[in-house]
Design a protein around this ligand. Structure first.
Ligand SMILES: [Zn+2]
Length: 262
């Protein structure tokens, strides 16, 4: 399995960071985790195969996580020679079908009918899906928006988990941590400082609590607001809040991989 950070930014436009997007590749899958503004160009810039994506996983409907979906589908329909025929599976929370229908209403039928089968699967907690390639996609609701979910992808000898956007109100670390537990890589948001954060995002101390429950092989910290990143050493704050595992504040282009037979 190979994981590439395509977009590690937030809603704030930045010179070197796109909005949220991660690319996960296994033997038979090329999966996007969220598709925020700039994602398609981010894939092309890193020579990642946007043309042959097999799955798109959407955690919630904020624009910095879904803004590039129309551009991706427009490129898959009109930007490829020869024409794409392979299906694309879209996985998201309840409301994903309605989102795509509304985008089609506004922008055109290519959203739902891009010239190849577009299959939308709405996932809920406790009822994981299985990709065409046999990977398990499980979700767990998060306190961020009404529909927001964390996701865990398992198969091909590895597990990758992703918080999406989430808060961690008092008493919720255990349940979300248990869902995310034991991933080889946990991609986690850390939007704001401990002083600023409310119950709909993570901060270094809240992330330390969550990651201490989840105990991933590697913690990738993403979605840090630029004013936090420039004023603080976020990795050090997470460590000093009590997290003892390996971690990294990721940048666009960072990669992790594990050989199937390693
Ligand atoms: Zn969000």
């Amino acid at each position: 399995m190979r994981l590439v950070a395509v977009g590690t930014g937030t809603v704030v436009p930045e010179k070197n960071r796109g909005c949220t997007c991660f690319y996960l590749e296994s033997e038979g899958s090329r999966i996007l985790l969220d598709c925020g503004s700039g994602a398609v160009q981010g894939l092309a810039r890193r020579s990642l195969a946007w043309q042959t994506l097999t799955d798109l996983i959407v955690t919630h409907f904020h624009t910095d996580h879904v803004g590039a979906i129309p551009g991706l589908l427009f490129a898959l329909k009109h930007g490829m020679r020869p024409t794409r025929r392979e299906p694309l599976d879209v996985w998201g929370p309840r409301g994903t079908r309605r989102l795509f229908a509304a985008l089609a209403e506004a922008l055109g039928e290519f959203i739902l009918d891009p010239g190849f089968p577009l299959r939308i699967h709405e996932l809920s907690a406790g009822a994981p899906g299985r990709t065409a390639d046999g990977l398990e996609v499980a979700v767990h609701g998060t306190p961020h928006t009404e529909e927001s979910q964390a996701v865990r992808i398992r198969g091909d000898g590895a597990t990758v988990a992703y918080t999406g956007d989430t808060g961690l109100p008092e008493g919720t670390a255990e349940a979300l941590g248990a869902f995310l537990r034991g991933a080889d890589v946990l991609v986690a948001e850390c939007s704001l400082t401990d002083e600023e954060v409310g119950d709909n995002h993570l901060s270094p101390a809240r992330l330390a609590d969550l990651a201490s429950e989840a105990r991933p092989g590697l913690l990738w910290i993403t979605h840090v607001y630029p004013h936090v990143r420039t004023r603080h050493d976020v990795a050090e704050l997470v460590r000093s809040a009590g997290y003892e595992g390996t971690l990294r504040v990721v940048e666009d282009g960072d990669e992790w991989s594990r050989s199937h037979r390693a």
